[in-house]
Ligand binder design. Sequence first.
Ligand code: IVH
Length: 699
Amino acid sequence: MHDLTEKEARERALRLRREIREHQYRYYVLDAPTIPDSEYDKLYRELQDIERRFPSLVTPDSPTQRVGGEVSPAFRSVPHRSPVLSLSNAFSEGEVMAFVRRVQEFAGESRPVTYVVEPKIDGLSVILRYENGLLALGLTRGDGLTGEDVTRNVRTVKAVPLQLRGLPGEESVPEFLEVRGEVYLPKDDFVRLNEERKEAGLPLFANPRNAAAGSLRQLDPRVTARRPLRALFYEIREMIAPGDASGVLFPDPGDPAASPTTTETGTLEFLKGLGFPVPAYTTATSASELVSSISKWDEHRRTLPYDTDGIVIKLDDRELARRMGFTGHSPRASLAYKFPAEQVETKVLDIILQVGRTGVLTPTAILEPVRVSGSTVSRATLHNEDVIREKDVRIGDTVVLQKAGDVIPEIVSVIKEKRTGDEREFHWPDVCPACGGEVLRFPGEAAHRCTGMSCPAQLREKLIHFASRDAMDIRGLGPAVVDALLDAGLVKDAGDLYSLTAEEIRSLPRQGEKSAEKLIDAIDASRQRPLARLLFALGIRHVGQSASYSLADRFRSLDAFLNAGPDELAEVPDIGPLTANSIVRTRSQPSVTELIAKLKRAGVKAAVSQDEPARSPGGSLMGQTFVITGGLPGMTRQEAEEKIRELGGTVSSSVSKKTSAVIVGENPGSKLDKARELGIRIIPAEEFVAMAQGRGSRI
Ligand code: IVH
């Protein structure tokens, strides 16, 4: 190449940038490159070379400038211009049909409705803002109201346009645009990344979603840049449409002049035109078409380069969708249908016993590690003897595995045809593997129990429970620290926690000055926890959170609770004779009296304060029993439970015929299946939260 003058260099750089952008668009958006990678690389290197020789010609939106600047100390929080919503979930065809009926009822029976079906990309939600066609801001969803500023990191994602197609200032580019999409790591790249990490001795990512989130939330954008992240965009949150002088923000489908399109499919095409990669979609015009398109997507998704956990159904008519409004945090006109759990085969290598805090021995299958629904699974609970017998699981068996509610690994069945004769039945031991105490199965119970009075495994679980979030909430006292305390012989029960010194904690492995101090502070703060939490923390059999609240409500002090007779206990709502008996028996155990004496001496207050949620007899949920499964948006589990109690309802941990409704949040567990089985009413978490926060209607 001859030596360029600055003028020639400027012209050449401009041409190269345009050409490179065009090739990126063809590659990332149209998925139809027109030149081989090697030629693209040549153009890119030529541009790099020119910019190196003429640094003054470098522009911030040049394709070479995706990575810039240095490591930032933290991500800045930025409030969203409008809340970032989520979708209601459906898990069965029946729920999809019900959705279609709701839409049709709203639209009018005779009006034809077109549904758009898109894959639900299992990645990380991002919001991008463009000002005068240039990428100005990239935010994570955060809590829906405030996100984290990840601009420098999203810039490194090559599928994200740094500038919109068409040149800034031209009429075809919106003056202001905010879009929402999903950043993901392709499945192949995820496998490759984990292989590299394994070789480097680094911890592995559980699934592509975590890998994408971990990659995007890197303080050093150079690390993000090395991860082959991709993105797809599906929503215009706000826009001043090209050529629109009124400044009206899209989406305002009521004003066709202000929006380039009145349909969802039109929006996707429009986004594509601006340079955004968009998901593939199909359309359906009836319930039956919708159902058949769901099964087509279920087949097709395996061939997609990214993980999907479902599909998203939207209305093509944006004006109709807008008129349907919202329930809580979700638009009524959209639905996320989650695919039934993926099933895989694996082998049972062993069956071991885990000792719980009440001495229950839970058989757990150790599995040949296998990938299912996005993560690698190597164990699954077998619950109890009856389950092992019913499913006839033996060591050495080949089994079908799935994740219940897409989270909890579960053995569905044994493939008996694959038995070789070498399989071994599991036999219950007579003594506890942890302490040698006698193991018994009490009449009428499914569980085997270790009856050892000083079983170290039970003590470990008791301490973990005592410190857990819903009990005494001692931050920093997790399983690892509990193990270290027990190994060092520093605690014999939870009461001993209160006499620990910072020095003693510092002497434990992996504990520094700071963490020791923090832990001492956390233990100290737990002295103020109210009575209900202390009763729960004691871990008395049958006394769950809900019973603890009822007991605290009735007795108002630890002493009154300790002195109450069995009949008095059994009269408390939520407490039957079985629980009353369990309380009486536990209370009189020497280890428990000693523990309580220590707690009192340590100054654990166990007070009932004004804000202790009291039952309001006339509350709107009076007489109803609720079960919660999965995460709630914008509310902790505890807050939700307190709200239910405040309104006179009862919270239970298991679903039965007596359950009034199950509140279902993100990643629900097997309780949801049970509710469906029993035909119990299902309330989407968003709806509950809206009600609880006084925004929605009664549930
Ligand atoms: S539409 C009002 N479309 O799924 C909500 N969401 O709760 C608009 N997601 O975290 C969302 N693929 O980030 C939509 N094709 C798609 C999607 C999608 C993935 C995510 C979204 C959100 C969750 C739904």
